[in-house]
Structures are given as C-alpha cells and as structure tokens.
Design a protein around this ligand. Sequence first.
Ligand SMILES: Cc1cc2nc3c(=O)[nH]c(=O)nc-3n(C[C@H](O)[C@H](O)[C@H](O)COP(=O)(O)OP(=O)(O)OC[C@H]3O[C@@H](n4cnc5c(N)ncnc54)[C@H](O)[C@@H]3O)c2cc1C
Length: 405
Amino acid sequence: MSSQKNNSQPTYFANTEIAFKNKDNGELKHSLWLFKLMQNPFLVKVFSKLTLIAIKLHLPISAAVKATIYKQFCSGETLDESQKVVKHLGKSGVGSILDYSVEGKESIEDFENTKAEVIKIIHIAKGNPAIPYTSLKLTGIARHVLLEKINSHHELDEAEKKEKKDLLARMDEICKEAFTCNVPIYFDAEESWIQDAIDSLAELMMRRYNRESAIILTTLQMYRWDRIDYLKKLIWEAREEKFFIGIKLVRGAYMERENKRAFECAYRSPIQKDKISTDIDFDKAVDICLENIDIIKLCAGTHNEASTTHLLEKMKALGIRNNHPNVYFSQLYGMSDNITFNLADMGYNVTKYLPYGPVKSTLPYLMRRAEENTAIAGQLSRELKMILEEKERRKFSKMLPAASK
Ligand SMILES: Cc1cc2nc3c(=O)[nH]c(=O)nc-3n(C[C@H](O)[C@H](O)[C@H](O)COP(=O)(O)OP(=O)(O)OC[C@H]3O[C@@H](n4cnc5c(N)ncnc54)[C@H](O)[C@@H]3O)c2cc1C
C-alpha cells in the first residue's frame, strides 16, 4: 500500500521554527516573494523563454538571475563561494552534496574541466563530515549523443570508440579518487534513452570499487515502471558477485520530456501510468533497500513527507538506528527545509544537494526547479505554505510577552 493517503500519519516535519532557524526575516521575505512568483505557471514559462533568448543574445542577465532564483537554489559560482553555505548547513548537522551544475556541454575541454572540478570536491570532502558524499552527472563528462549511441547498442565508428575509451578513463579517474579518499560519489539518473548506458557504466564502477563498502552509488528514478525489477536484479548480482551497492532513490525529473518523446516516437512510455504508482514503487524500493541494508547504502532524495515518514517508520520497524551510516536523506537546496532540519534535529543523516557553478550553466537546473514549484490546480506550493506559517509564527511570537515564549 502507498504511504500517501494515510491521514493518521504522525507529522514529523511541521515545526517551522526548526525548519527556518537558519533564515533571518530578510531571507524569509526573499523566499516568500520568489515562491509567490513561481506560483504562476504563465510567469514561469515567460521567465524560461526570456532567459533563453537573453542568453542567446548575450544580454547581461546574470546579475538579475543571481540575485533572485539562483540565490534560492544555488550555493555560489565557485567551489570557494559555496563553502559559506556548506559551513552554515554543517552547523545544523546538515551535510552538503556539492554538485558542479554544468549541463549540456559538448567539448573535451568542458569534460576535463568537470572532471577536475569533481576531483577538487572529493579532496575537499575527504575526512570532512560536512560533505559526506559527492555526485556526478555523466552528461557533464560525456557527449549526450555518444551516450545515446552506447545506450542503443549502435555500432561506434573509430572516433566514437576512442571517445568511449576516454570517457571510461575519465570516470575511472574520478571513481579511483573517490575510493582512495573514501568519499562516496553518486551518478545522477538522466533521460531513459541514455540511462541504460549510465547504469552499465555505474555498475562497472561499483563492481570495481565497491568490494569493501559502497563508494559508487547509482540513481533509480521510481517514476519508471521497470525500476523495481532492476533493483532486485542488482541486489541479486551484488550478493552473487560479492560487491556492495549504493542506491539513491528519486522519483525523477524528466517526466514531460519522457512522455513527449515516447508519444512522438510511438513507443511505450517508460513512465508509470499515474502518480500513485510512482509513490507505491518509491516506498517499495525503500523497503527493499532497508531489508538489504547489510549491502546497500541508501540515499532517499525526496521532498515527499509521506515517503519520508514511511522510511522513518520502516527503519524503526526493522530496528535500524536513526544515524545508521547506510541511510541518508536528501533534499535540494532551497526546498523542503522543514524535512531537512527536522530530520537533522531528530539525529538522522541528512544532506542538501547543493548545486553551484556559473549562472549561465545552471539555468537548465533553475528552470526545472521553477517548473517543479508552480501551482498545482490552484493549491499553494508546499514551500509557500511553510514560509507563510513561519512568518505568522514569528509575528505571533513577537507579540507574546517574554515569559510566555
Ligand atoms: C537529493 C536529490 C537528488 C536528485 N537527483 C536526481 C537525479 O539524479 N535524477 C532525477 O531525475 N531527479 C533527481 N532529483 C529530482 C527529483 O526527481 C525530483 O525532485 C522529484 O521528482 C520530486 O519528487 P518528490 O520525491 O520530492 O515527491 P513528489 O513531489 O511527491 O513527486 C513529484 C514527482 O512524482 C512524479 N510524478 C508526478 N506526476 C506523475 C504522474 N502522473 N505519473 C507518474 N509519476 C508522476 C514525478 O517524478 C514528479 O517529479 C533529485 C532530487 C533530490 C532531492
């Protein structure tokens, strides 16, 4: 059964004082203004289109983006600039997963830059509890078209064979560094038409580097109807071949794109038939991972309170302690602070996924966040609701006499 419809669920995440303790009134006001703007799907569409046009025309829009949406969802343009946020979160017991957020790059120089940047993060994270993991998008170090060809088992020409060899060398260099420094790294999941290629490369690295513990993690998008079978297959192989696995569970960020392509190319969409099926599979995957916690390092990347509650309850039922080193919770920076900070307050391992990078390169990521936070059927987004509640609480608490606070 899905965790979603159970109204008698305990609410672990309602304390807005804990949720926003790191935000002063000015910061709260800025978030409120931004989430109110993002409530309007029309504005979000216009913003996305205008931003793309402005970039193409080389208009100087970086400063405006940086002061608004970028400030909410990204930690800085460079690794150094991001350290302020890392330290700030660390003080509240929240770890940071630094993500060098450059997407859609195509040149060898870009790929080598991303590799160098990820290795830099690994070195900063070494022995640093404030940065317990790192992450990598494979399209940051390989051409999308190459991954598509590998995915569809297209015959590669000589130049592409060399490109694949170079990609493997790049991946291996990163994974080896992660292994040597004992800093787990997870591979993000992307579109289904390159995901088999990502899966097989991540599995190769897991087999190579996860002999003693899970250093390499892969990501499963539970909006796909085939992921439970994939998870079971991976566990079976890991037990047979004696290696550890790392699993980040998410619902998935490319649903519209997936459905559109499947429709246009006339194949069965890889996406579940409805939201509830995604929710059921997410919770089922949580159960399977926790039941195999001896060989799995799990990271639940979700803002869904019911699924997070399901995970807490399942840990309790299986006698898995709150701060078990193989269970992590994670939310995106700028979202669901109520889940993040309340979990940290209860002693769970929790991290924020912290994108950073030049403003222009982070735009695809920022647009996905804006779309995710638009109004659903006229409802207030969950972020907006929590911020309004905290504003009210602060106003009310200021009115109370000191003794009754
Ligand atoms: C730490 C972290 C790491 C992440 N890494 C990745 C990654 O590597 N790859 C990636 O793709 N995403 C990634 N994401 C983004 C993630 O997929 C979205 O944030 C997530 O989908 C939002 O869902 P939710 O679990 O917060 O819950 P909810 O808000 O309850 O669920 C919304 C999600 O449900 C699914 N859904 C909605 N409607 C339907 C429908 N009709 N049918 C089927 N499914 C539906 C969609 O996935 C939608 O995004 C990551 C998120 C976090 C927090």
